[in-house]
Write a protein that binds this ligand. Sequence first.
Ligand code: PHE
Ligand code: ZN
Length: 880
Amino acid sequence: MRDASPQTVYLKDYTPPEYLIDQIELHFELDEQRTRVQARMNVRRNPHSSADSVALKLWGEELQLLSIAIDGRPLQENEFVVGDEALIVHEAPQDRPFEILIENLIDPQANTALEGLYLSSSMLCTQCEAQGFRKITWFLDRPDVMSRFKTTLVADKAKYPVLLSNGNKTGSGELENNRHWVSWEDPFAKPCYLFALVAGQLACVADQFVTMSGRRIDLQIFVEQHNVDKCGHAIQSLKNAMRWDEQTYGLEYDLDLYMIVAVDHFNMGAMENKGLNVFNTKFVLARPDTATDSDYEHIEGVIGHEYFHNWSGNRVTCRDWFQLSLKEGFTVFRDQQFSGDMTSPAVKRIEDVNALRTRQFAEDAGPLAHPVRPEAYIEINNFYTLTVYEKGAEVVRMLHTLLGAAGFRMGCDLYFQRHDGQAVTCEDFVKALEDANGVELGQFRRWYSQAGTPVVTVEQDYDAANGRLQLTLRQSCPPTPNQPVKQPLHIPVKLGLLNADGSPATFEFAGQPHTEVTLDLTAAEQSFNFGNLAGKPVVSLLRGFSAPVTLQMPRSLDELAFLLSHDSDTFNRWEAGQQLATQAIFQLIDSIELGRPLQLEPIVVDAYRRVLADAGGDLSYQALLLALPEESYLSGQMPVIDVEAVHQAREFVKKTLAENLAEQFLELYRQYHRDESGCFDAGAVGRRRLKNACLSYLCKLETPDSHRLAEQQFRAARNMTDQISALAAIVNSRHPDQDDCLDSFYRQWQQEALVIDKWFTLQATSSMPNTFAKVQNLMRHPAFDMKTPNRVRALVGAFSQSNPLHFHAANGEGYRFLADRVIELNALNPQIASRMVSGLAQWRRYDANRQSLMKQELQRIVATDHLSKDVYEIASKSLA
Ligand code: PHE
Ligand code: ZN
């Protein structure tokens, strides 16, 4: 058990900082086990603070103090105190600015938490968001304290030839004992969470970008030598992002240099440190034979995301960590727009909604539900959530919908102009959008403070005599932790109507003719009237998924099939197919639970036959239409999740479609299967997606022919998309040469860590029997390493989060396995440990037997000695 329960931090307790640090000069003598840090800080009282204490509290953890002086005078022992979390100077000068000089030691090699300064492979790097800077030196580690940073790095020249930090390089030189130094200066004041340094033997891939005002920017990507041939896509994505932000938001890059460093050990995806992004290698490195099309897409998205933070996050930052979505929700929205513009907006939107509904909706419905702007936390690292990021992006998207593209742009212009160089709040963002557009968004603000996914129900009333349709919409939101009662939200509902022949109907709304409108649903119950209709229309509601809600609208299979064929809204066309499949699967689940024979409605087969015959030419979109709803999406709609029935019913649909449409699947497969080296262009990506979707259906036939098809593709593939898709089909079937294929894949790629991650994940997510035993064996594989987050996610994360069938084994072995891993990870890397707990958090959704097994494991975790705040918060809130 913990000795004391950890403290909760509340938004309502926010007060401005008592002191400010205008400038900091850092001097590092880098060493793997004994890095010496000297910090010279210019401190003054904050004129806007009303606090009257004379003490100065600087945050710091796991630091060894060597000396402390104020204005050149070393402090006596009775003038300050050093605790586990902070250093307090009892009486700081009040009447004038002063200088504090601190010297301390840190041990990067012992740092397996990967926060602060740490060793990744042979390089030294930092991660300071959210509160890692306090593991480097004592500081006012909070985002509303912004300082100008000057940094000097001293290190062994052979081990650490490359020495990087934020801003511009201002000098370098040689020292005795084979040491050298480089100094950096960042002209922009920033919070310390944006500080970074990197040291190592790194190769540089360089390029240039000329900004809209004609400034020439140096772009540099630093990687280990053997990865220089995998940086082309990242560089191209960066240039595309820079151009896109100029064209879409009028925002230009501000320094003369933009650096990205790729590291093997990283807790998250990437980090937007000013001028020096640090990236998980997963989101930089790609070559057609090592990375899939979806890896290419993720790289483009994350490169864009970190670049866009330069304005939405760095130039304008967060006042406090409760405002995290101010930078993250907005920046995710921006990267989603960017990726859509680079590829296909329709496909990108479907992928984003799919991720939101399968994962964020579950978070919003569980014990860890919290508002986009949380009100309390124990460990801020636990709030880098799907809600803050993805739902936060949906909130920004709704603002974009409500104001229109031009109005939204005016609002963003005002926001950046008004708050440049400041640390602000979500409220400031909404206010800027209001002021620029002369509108009032009062009720809309509830999206920031109210947790939970609203449910919208629909009632239709068609008056044939007058050609009028009345829609009555009702909204409600289930209670979430600490929020038993919910207020109505302002929900933008985009709507179109279809004529009986499938063409878009023109209708009268609010006295005007329309083909599409956005309804403002603001009350708990509200009716809308549409006139001038020639016949009863089919309603297409929540087009483009215009709000993050669950829409409950009873529809017949016929109506869904009709929309799947005719809706002009690409999102709703796809959604009709998903609902069609969902209804079919739920009928089968009922049959399974009642022990009745399984039968798929012919109308479903016909609908898929039409999708296979033609989907309008966009092959990626066609592949999405063919993809059945995921098991986790289906489970999310069951009062008590029955993992086996969900799996069995979905497999039955897939197999039945494969049997009935085998010829068409094979024909399409043959039509688009080429021996491609794998270049990432829309045409090739679409061909591969569609062909591999067909292959995964065909493999459900379990015939020698289908097995041969998969194996041929696997052996001949010259690009990773085709190779891994074939291997996935093999691993998820009763293919006789499964083990042989897995072995040969391992031998081929053992030098490529990111590919080996895929190899772990494929096996961890297999639905075949014996998967759990394989996962246990893989834990002992020489390539497995608990200190490498990508590996842990690839095996432990994938098994517990993406293999519901085996993770939820009724005997509880999956749960016990996960709790053991969490307890091990707790001592190594609390952030990763706490993310792994999420597999157990949804225990209330399962049957009584599984509930008690999962709870038992959560209790075992909570009772662990030396439990980190991270794990304690997630595990204890899950139990509450
Ligand atoms: N700020 C990073 C991003 O979203 C995420 C991150 C958070 C990375 C904390 C590391 C640590 O772009
Ligand atoms: Zn971000």
